[in-house]
Ligand binder design. Structure first.
Ligand SMILES: [Zn+2]
Ligand SMILES: [Zn+2]
Length: 146
């Protein structure tokens, strides 16, 4: 891995690794039922990058689930250790959402928004200074498209 990378990450067992070339264009936390179930905790924390900025190594398994708007989010995980790694949405082709907990160093992460807070469990406490939405707000205009 090059020292020029913005970030690096991997699954628990190390079978899947990735590098990220530049900073995310958005960061967020989601409390929807699908993120809660697939992470096994109160929310998913994701950093959103352009796909072309992310290089992955090793095969993942994946599972596609339909969102409220009818798009499909495909969540990728390590077939060996089960770690959540990243997700893609077929409505925004050039975007990859990295699961922040899989990064080697996530100290730079700060969510721009908390979404689906209406589904947030009471025990999952959030920073009240972060803009919070009951459901999914409209897609911001800086979202890359192909
Ligand atoms: Zn693994
Ligand atoms: Zn979600």
């Amino acid at each position: 891995m090059s020292e020029k990378n913005f970030a690096t990450g991997q699954c628990l067992c190390g079978a899947v690794k990735y590098t990220v070339a530049s900073a995310p264009f958005r960061m967020g936390q989601c409390h929807c039922d699908d993120c809660r179930r697939s992470t096994g905790t109160g929310h998913a924390s994701n950093a959103f990058f352009k796909k072309s900025d992310v290089n992955t190594e090793g095969d993942t398994s994946s599972y596609g689930a339909v969102t409220d708007t009818g798009s499909i989010i495909t969540r990728h995980f390590c077939p060996n250790c089960g770690s959540r790694l990243w997700g893609t949405n077929n409505a925004v082709d050039d975007v990859i959402a990295i699961a922040v907990g899989s990064l080697d160093d996530s100290s730079w992460f700060k969510a721009d928004a908390i979404v689906y807070s209406k589904r947030k469990p009471k025990w999952d406490c959030m920073d009240e200074s972060i803009p919070t939405f009951d459901e999914m707000p409209p897609m911001p205009s800086n979202t890359p498209k192909q």
